[in-house]
Design a protein around this ligand. Sequence first.
Ligand SMILES: [Zn+2]
Ligand SMILES: [Zn+2]
Ligand SMILES: [Zn+2]
Length: 255
Amino acid sequence: MKITFLGTGTSQGIPVIGCECKTCTSKDIRDKRLRTSCLIAIGNKRIVIDIGPDFRQQMLSYGGKEIHAVLITHEHNDHIAGLDDVRPFNFKYFKDMPIYALPRVVAFLKNRFEYVFKKNPYPGTPMVNLIPIEGDSGFVIDDLIHITPIHILHGDLPILGYRIGTVAYLTDVKSIPEPEFEKLKNLKILIISALRYLEHHSHLTLEQAVELAQKIDAEKTYFIHFSHLLGPHEKIMAQLPENIFAAHDQLTIEI
Ligand SMILES: [Zn+2]
Ligand SMILES: [Zn+2]
Ligand SMILES: [Zn+2]
């Protein structure tokens, strides 16, 4: 399994437009962060988690290889705004893009991208197969890849993280209900969000993310969804315990 971080920034990305802070003016390439998304490749199957406003650019950087499914964590703009850009895959492979999400998020997407789902769509409109994720038992993509949904909280909003094999991907986390920790045992890789230093109503601070990562106790943890307020990559890395790392765009890990 190969995991590629397509984006590791929070909703505004880094640099933030017009910002002159240390992070936004850093010359370190790792301080250029597109909106958070990741690609998991298993054999010749590729799954993208979240399809934000930078999806087009992320796919161009990745090389435009076929995507077999998209998993959505929640309906916030930085996680869904790129849905229209599945069209090149529709046209090239002559098939709908399967998109998995909570039933609430499916309803939201139908409303937000109304033109995609109406009866007689305009020619060239994205072709999307929205699949609601019901219950808790997980689902299988292409008879091959078993996905376990992890029910987490983004402030008061129930959203999904995903476990695939020994990898778990949890973004926009504020808390994890106690029973879900059962699904996060024996992880090789945990990917989890860490927004900034100051308390936030719907995101973990860096300190809270470290605490949670240590409780989950994966072999290795990678942080994502950074605000420019956390400072440059080097500074974040310097504060992290041994087996916790700051991810950056284009980083690929293989397990
Ligand atoms: Zn800044
Ligand atoms: Zn969010
Ligand atoms: Zn977000």
